[in-house]
Design a protein around this ligand. Sequence first.
Ligand SMILES: *Cc1c(COP(=O)(O)O)cnc(C)c1O
Length: 380
Amino acid sequence: MRFETRAIHDGQEPDDLTGAVNVPVYQTSTYRQDAIGKHKGYEYSRTGNPTRAALEKALASIEEGRFGLAFASGVAATIAFFSILKPGDHVVAGDEMYGGSYRLLERIVSKWGVTTTYADVDDPSSFERALQKNTRAIWMETPTNPLLKIVDIKKVVSIARDRRIAVAVDNTFASPYFQKPLLLGADVVVHSTTKYIAGHSDIVGGAVITNNEALYEQIKFYQNAAGAVPGPLDSWLALRGIKTLAIRMREHERNALYLARYLSTHPKVREVYYPRLQKDENFNLAKKQMSGFGGMISFELKGGLSAVERFISNLKLFILAESLGGVESLICYPARMTHASIPEEERLRCGIKDNLVRLSVGIEDKVDLKDDLAHALSFA
Ligand SMILES: *Cc1c(COP(=O)(O)O)cnc(C)c1O
């Protein structure tokens, strides 16, 4: 079956007991046992909960993987992947990634005696050069945040092959509708379901999906042992988000392309970052490994910080906020918000300048969104 059908049906059969079309919110911590050790598959909700189990099946299905695991947040899913490592192991990670993933590697995973080398996301061969004998994991994000650089998943996977290295892709920005890393050979996909998957800016959640049974067993063990599981209601909201993921992603993309085209002709805009409009390797790669270009745009204004401030303060529809992937349009100022924790020199080296803004384009009417940008840009 195809994506749209699986997103609505997989893991979500009508309830056996009542026929309820929607998976119920099993708001329970524990389950009656008929006799000691005799139960219906559920003992305690940290270990397993039927609403979460439905979500995990649906997540596996939309990523075309065999196994899905749901977590309380994207960073909880990320650290669950890193839990496969042991002291003395080494990680290679792309040098443009979500700040919270960098913080995990530098401040938590490092304390386990695991070291990390950062590879240049503009140069796939740098991943190979960064390998050591003890490299056990590669962590990458594509498209990257906030400059939407595309990293060649197949190429990175080929570097890891035959070396007992698990390749994990943070697929949050593309969503499984536009990109399926497991089909490109990745071992693990990680999501912040907070973003496109839940899609309504109403929960925080995460996911790990894999085809590798041994990795699944290890990460599932960690999920239960460390306990960062989503509650039944949050699981239900993520599940509801999945049902409309396809139609939302199509609208996000349609609106983003329309706005990116508009911005790229605007006299106050210096540079637009949207893979569909780039005329370089970024576009070719995106076209090759993604089925669409997503709903995120970054762009630089010609003016400096004060122009950015005038622009942002005159927006009426775009909401100044962290996060992305919801139905409503958001604007973020990476230098002071999502990427504020990165030292200035390092931030500028990565191209995150003081005149850069990032849009999470929502699914409002595209002309209303353009009018909002046009009005606010007249003050920039
Ligand atoms: C938000 C985000 C995360 C972290 O997810 P949380 O749900 O906030 O914990 C990880 N990776 C990417 C790309 C993100 O955008």
